[in-house]
Each structure stands twice: as structure tokens, then as C-alpha cells.
Ligand binder design. Structure first.
Ligand code: NDP
Ligand code: GDR
Length: 365
């Protein structure tokens, strides 16, 4: 390792963001250590392309088995790695699933953050190691009265989480801020709004939609069942958002930042945009559980669907006990202070996701 080479530790490296962040840090010349969980089947698909054989002379990407529920393991890894930067991305990140396993999500997403901060303190690395905490727009809970005068959520908006996930993440947010203030640690929250990519987990709504678009086009699926089509999300591209994470840790002063696009879109419209990518025009009709989407035009000779075919239905099993209706973030601070500028818009994101899912499904054929 070169004398000046920076060392980063990434929890959640096998996830969507962890994989893009690891790529970015390697490009920037870092030595990157990732924490992966032991699983009974392979869980490294997103990082296999950057894996380096341990037997090679110079290895910049290393994996460690670990779990955010295990303090001793976290302390040992941090002691061994002596990181300049820790990106705590590991989490049970599915909002709907958090209603089914609320205690687990509190342990991983809430107390897991404390375990990282305490490990750094126990090891006396407070002045060496900078910490990024993956906070989320779910902290705001979509409460209308908490938006700023312009109608956006920003760094000063009040929180009102609406799920066990959001409540666990609010602990992570405050404990990060508290350690910064109490022990003068460089520890920051990135309050990231939804961000997606071809590597998004298949049960999150965008990927579920783009996968189904491809599967329906190729005749592998008849209908896509979704939950609440009326919620609105501020969707960006994960590649842009990991760049913001890195920038947050390169400032002179540790602060918290909102990362968002400033544009919000209905789930229903994401469905429309996704099918439009393969030349299929949809019309929605009906309300609530009875809402459906039908094909009204088919402009692609490769993907012929009969006019009138119902391709989307609502299944209330996907509704959440409490929903976040609308998220819209104000990225002014991150743009001015971090110089962060996203490269993708929603159209580019949808295009890339649909193309990738078509490729994947065609290969499987
Ligand atoms: P993913 O769900 O794709 O990845 C989560 C990662 O955390 C995976 O590597 C997973 O491992 C790991 N993980 C889960 N449980 C544990 C545990 N007990 N100990 C250690 N690691 C664990 O999430 P994203 O990449 O989309 O998100 C990254 C982070 O950013 C998360 O903290 C998420 O809550 C937060 N966030 C995400 C946003 C988004 O829109 N994507 C927006 C705002 C915040 P495995 O692969 O084994 O399951
Ligand atoms: P979210 O993302 O809850 O915002 O959390 P998700 O894609 O799961 O849901 C977005 C919205 O779509 C509605 N929806 C459905 N959602 C899923 N998953 N499946 C469906 O079938 C479906 N139908 C409608 C949901 O009700 C919701 O309103 C994501 C995660 O990445 C979090 O970790 C992160 O913190 C936040 O984004 C910001």
C-alpha cells in the first residue's frame, strides 16, 4: 500500500450503494474494505466484478465477514483495518419488511450505528476516522406541515418517521450527531432521498416495475401487482448519490446534508414511463384496490401486447400500515457546499433500468 493511500471501510458493501461506492473509492485510489454477512447462498453478485484474489501482490479490495449486530466483530474489523473513513451503509433497508421485524431493524439500523461509533471511540480513533451514516428521507415521514416554505424537506425540517425502519434510522441519525458534538468526532449524516439503479433490490418498487416491464414484454409474466400507486418519491440514481457520500466526508467541517433531485413523481407515473421505454402506452382506470392499467397503444414490433390487456393490478397486501405519501427534497445545501451535481435525471434512470432488465431476462432465455 502506498504511504498516502487512504483506507475506507464500507458496511453493506454487497448492497446497491455499497457496490457503487466501492467502485468509486477504488477509482479514487483508496484501499477498500467491505463487510459482508455470511449467507447460505452467494450474496456478492454486485461486487464480484471488483473482487481481487487475495493471493495477488497488491490487493485494494478486501472483504471481511461481519454483522452490525455483533459489537466484538465490528471492533475487531475496525482495529484491523484502521480506516480513515467508514461508510455505514449496512441496514435492513426495506420499509415494508420493517413492520414484520421491528426489533431486528432497531438492532441493525439503530444500535448498529452506535456500535460503529463506539468501536471508533474504544479504539481511540476519534481523530483519525471519519464516519458517514446512511440516513434517509424516511425520517421526514412525508408530513406536509414539516416542509419548508417552498414545499421541500431540507436539513432544518422536523422529523416524523412512519415505520419501524424510519424510527430505527432516527436513532442512527441522532446518535451520529450526538457523537459529533460530544466527542468532536467527524461523523456526518447524509439524508438521502430514494435512489435507484439496475442494481436496486428486486422488491423495491422501481426495480419491481422495470423487471416486470421486461418480463411482460418477453411474455414471461402476465401482470404486475403493486400496492399504493398514489405515493410520490424523489428518485435519483445511486451512482450520483454515492459521489455525494464521498464528498460529505471530504469537507473541513462535519455536517449533515440532504441529497435529493428536487423532483417528485407518482408511482403510477413511474409505471407509465417504464412501459413507455418498450413502446407500450398504458392508461390507468378505477380507484384504490380496483385500479388497473391497460395497454392502449403498442408501438414496438418486438413487444406486441394486445390493446386492452391489463398489465397492472393493485394488491392490498403491499399496502403499509402507515405510509409516507410524498417525499421531495431540497438539495441546495449539497449543491452549493459540496459542489454536488447529479448526472442522471429520471428519464435516464428508467431507460437504464429497463434496458438492463431486458438484457438480464433475455440472457436467462
Ligand atoms: P440494500 O438493501 O441494497 O443493502 C443493504 C446492505 O446492508 C446489504 O449489503 C446487506 O447485506 C447489508 N446488511 C443487512 N443487514 C445487515 C447486518 N445485520 N449487518 C451487516 N450488514 C447488513 O440497501 P441500499 O444499498 O439501497 O442502501 C444503503 C444504505 O442507505 C442503507 O442503510 C439504507 O437504509 C440507506 N438508504 C437507502 C436509500 C435508497 O434509496 N437506496 C435512501 C436512503 C437511505 P446482504 O447483501 O447480506 O443482505
Ligand atoms: P421506500 O421504497 O419505502 O420509499 O424506501 P419502496 O420502493 O419500497 O416504496 C416506494 C413507494 O412505492 C409504494 N409501493 C410499493 N413498494 C414496494 N416495495 N412494492 C410494491 O409492490 C409497491 N407498490 C407501491 C410504497 O408503498 C412506497 O410508497 C426506500 C428504501 O430504499 C429505504 O431504505 C430508503 O431509506 C428510502 O427509500 C428513502
Amino acid at each position: 500500500m502506498a504511504a498516502t493511500q487512504k483506507v475506507a471501510l464500507v458496511t453493506g458493501v454487497t448492497g446497491q450503494d455499497g457496490s457503487y461506492l466501492a467502485e468509486l473509492l477504488l477509482e479514487k485510489g483508496y484501499q477498500v474494505h467491505g463487510v459482508k454477512r455470511r449467507a447460505s447462498s452467494f450474496n456478492t453478485q454486485r461486487i464480484d466484478h471488483i473482487y481481487q484474489d487475495k493471493h495477488e501482490n497488491h490487493v485494494d479490495f478486501k472483504l471481511h465477514y461481519g454483522d452490525l449486530t455483533d459489537s466484538t466483530n465490528i471492533i475487531r474489523i475496525i482495529q484491523e483495518v484502521q480506516p480513515d473513513e467508514i461508510y455505514n451503509l449496512g441496514a435492513m433497508s426495506h420499509v415494508k419488511v420493517s413492520f414484520d421485524s421491528p426489533e431486528y431493524v432497531a438492532n441493525v439500523d439503530g444500535i448498529g450505528t452506535l456500535r460503529i461509533l463506539e468501536a471508533v471511540r474504544i479504539l481511540g480513533l476519534e481523530k483519525k476516522t471519519r464516519i458517514y451514516q446512511a440516513s434517509t428521507s424516511e425520517l421526514y415521514g412525508g408530513l406536509a406541515e414539516n416542509k419548508n416554505a417552498a414545499g421541500f424537506y431540507d436539513e432544518n425540517s422536523a422529523f416524523y418517521p412512519r415505520s419501524p425502519y424510519g424510527v430505527a434510522k432516527i436513532y442512527g441519525f441522532w446518535i451520529t450527531k450526538n457523537y459529533r458534538e460530544a466527542y468532536d468526532m467527524y461523523a456526518c449524516n447524509g439524508i438521502l432521498f430514494n435512489h435507484e439503479s439496475p442494481r436496486r433490490g428486486e422488491t423495491f418498487v422501481t426495480r419491481k416495475i422495470t423487471m416486470a416491464t421486461a418480463a411482460i414484454a418477453l411474455g414471461k409474466q402476465d401482470c404486475l401487482y403493486l400496492g399504493n400507486l398514489n405515493s410520490q418519491r424523489d428518485w435519483g440514481h445511486a451512482k450520483d448519490y454515492v459521489e455525494a457520500m464521498w464528498r460529505i466526508l471530504q469537507q473541513d467541517v462535519a455536517e449533515d446534508y440532504v441529497i435529493a433531485t428536487g423532483v417528485t413523481t407518482y408511482i403510477r407515473d413511474f409505471v407509465r414511463f417504464s412501459f413507455a421505454e418498450i413502446g407500450i402506452e398504458l392508461a390507468f382506470e378505477g380507484e384504490n384496490e380496483k385500479e388497473i392499467a391497460k395497454v392502449v397503444a403498442c408501438n414496438n414490433p418486438d413487444y406486441q401486447l394486445a390493446i386492452g390487456t391489463v398489465v397492472v393490478r393493485v394488491d392490498p397486501q403491499y399496502y403499509r400500515p402507515t405510509e409516507v405519501d410524498l417525499l421531495l427534497g431540497d438539495p441546495t445545501k449539497s449543491k452549493t457546499q459540496l459542489g454536488w451535481e447529479p448526472q442522471y435525471d429520471l428519464a435516464g434512470l428508467v431507460k437504464e433500468m429497463v434496458a438492463s432488465d431486458l438484457e438480464i431476462l433475455k440472457r436467462q432465455r
